[in-house]
Design a protein around this ligand. Sequence first.
Ligand code: NDP
Length: 417
Amino acid sequence: MAPRDPGTPLEFGGPLGAAALTLLLPATMFHLLLGARSGPARLLGPPPSLPGPEELWSPRALLLWLTWLGLQAALYLLPARQMAEGQELKDKSRLRYPVNGFQALVLTALLVGMGLLAGLPLAELPEMLLPLAFAATVTAFIFSLLLYLKSLVAPASALAPGGNSGNPIYDFFLGRELNPRISLLDFKYFCELRPGLIGWVLINLALLVQEVELRGSPSLAMCLVNGFQLLYVGDALWHEEAVLTTMDITHEGFGFMLAFGDLAWVPFTYSLQAQFLLHHPQPLALPMAAVICFINVIGYYIFRGANSQKNTFRKNPSDPRVADLKTISTATGRQLLVSGWWGMVRHPNYLGDLIMALAWSLPCGVSHLLPYFYLFYFTALLMHREARDERRCLQKYGLAWHEYCRHVPYRIVPYIY
Ligand code: NDP
């Protein structure tokens, strides 16, 4: 077995933490799915009734889920408007990736649109969320197991910095191989932005369609949630190439954490606000809706500005859009931005993302905590992610990172955190 990179500490509480999360994440997802459709819609405490096996297991749902994965894989393999190169790997090579995620979104929308005209019963989808989520969870388990087995025959140069501790549970969870792929089908890159993200907005749309069938027209709150989240997903796919410089692609192995996160957690828990609104309609006055839209615009502006600035800088530091920004040199030859968005806080992109998360929950009113789950979870996730990234940057850049922290003392929220 290949040795792990020295100095890579065990994360997520080591094997015990990884084992607990492997069980806890799916359990939380089902708890939320049940909570959203139950009368009290409680975030904490047991759901009113536990589902029987017949509510979880449905061959029809499994078939639908596998068809969905197959469709998205086929769209991924269609000719791309552009091919992108990933970051340099340990062996100095770079992988190539098709940039056609937005095209996949548009083609999926066309197919769904044509399906609706032909009588596709999209409003039935919300009734199938439990068995679909179950199918996605089982698929993620089996897929992660196969990825783990595949990684055992991968060369040492193909392994991620973490995730090869020698403990099978920990490595299954974190993922051993950095970029598992068969020819052009890169599994991690495919799963990051395609079936889960596009599935999320499709579930949202199905919830809206069912709301129309039940109540005659879509509510303003449901329209806002659908619109905001479609903007987020459309933006991620439009800027698909930017995912190649994120931690998930450059650093994380592909194991259960990402496979379950991408395939099950994202579509079924990120659509929680729309699920809640279908079962618990909330009145929303126009002035309040305008305030919420404004909050979303501010969040998006910061999120997009920060991500694009770093991406442009990493691709070409002398690009006129970033050439005037102040930088710190590091011993690695790479530079760090200390002005612009990245001079405000050390993770301005997280700040924007969190502001948007707030805007997605506000249309659900303030009578229930459940639709705020995403905001709580995402705050915890980004704080933990920021701490992990900070450790990594300190390892990578040493003194230069200390200097950056002196210039930019706040992590995510100016003057607060
Ligand atoms: P980031 O895009 O924030 O990347 C962090 C890296 O940026 C660092 O490791 C470092 O890498 C580089 N960097 C840090 N500071 C500077 C600087 N001052 N100047 C230049 N480069 C710098 O990481 P993530 O992958 O965590 O996030 C990407 C986006 O995805 C974010 O907007 C985040 O909110 C979003 N996200 C959304 C999730 C969701 O579920 N909705 C989940 C996770 C993330 P290097 O120097 O090697 O380039």
